[in-house]
Design a binder for this molecule. Sequence first.
Ligand code: PLP
Length: 360
Amino acid sequence: MARVYNFSSGPAALPEEVLKKAQREMLDWQGVGMSVMEMSHRSKEFTSILDSAKQRVKNLLKVPDNYEILFVQGGASTLFAQIPANLAYGFETVSYLDTGVWSSKAIKEAAKYAKVNVVASSKAQNYTTVPDLSEWQIDPNSAYLHIVQNETIGGVEFDFLPETDLPIVADLSSTILSREIDISRYALIYAGAQKNIGPVGSVLVIIRKDMLERSQDSLPSVWNFKQLALNNSMINTPPTYSIYLANLVLEWLDEQGGVSEIEKVNVEKARRLYQKLDSSRLYSNPIDPAYRSRMNVPFILQDESLNSEFLVEAENAGLKTLAGHRTVGGMRASIYNAMPLAGVDALIEFMSAFEKKHGY
Ligand SMILES: *Cc1c(COP(=O)(O)O)cnc(C)c1O
């Protein structure tokens, strides 16, 4: 069977070369006579995979030496609780920007640990934009400021950061490695693996070392950032196969020329798709053009009764998982690093033919 273009928001498409390499190494990883899944996490073989993944993250994102790179078990949702548990100790408030579904979920979890100061919210605009910096009311006494720089469901992305003395904590689950960022501006960034890094199972955490001192001994050990850093992410058995595949994806990204090169492709993919949406009478994207996501492109059909036909015919054309999030409806094309330009072109071609067929 031929591989399709998979526009899933996560777990998302992986580069075909990566899957083929994993297939080749499935039964016997580099002559050791077993699969990575069967290896001890303490073996020198697996430790070399973990170290390689960390080194690649360091190079690809130009992570300064005063940061630790961790692969933490669970999902980004685990971090919604783990972050305030580690970083809010001794503080009364935490500050959160609210730009959509994932911000709101992070706020809900943080409220279990501290009083949440919502610095600004775009809820009144139905989360179609990002509040202007001049409106952000950051509490200078908060433990940190939390932001979600790409709202995966809403399709809203921003790249600016406020000038603040507060440590900036960012959920980059669906934008990490898709564009260049300046790590030194952040105290902590985190990203669930299943969008742009690899299969689900681990969360990449990059944390400035001074922040580790906030982690209290009273925390559950497996949640304690300081202990995780001291133990090379191995307080208990880490998700070894997820980390192995992440390492292969990072290697693939290196071969593509790194983040700056893939960013150019991502810019072009998004440009073409939004241009299609903006020049169409059938399709449209509701997001403020200044903050449209490069990674997740939601769109609606003018005539919603065509939705199911659109999805069925797209599937027949090898274009899968285009239905919007169950809470939002409409369509959404997630076009992460692993989606080639040819996949976006195939989608645009299909959309044009569908539109024509229906007289738009
Ligand atoms: C997918 C996603 C999450 C949640 O990830 P889980 O692994 O399901 O917990 C959180 N934040 C953002 C921005 C996401 O895209």
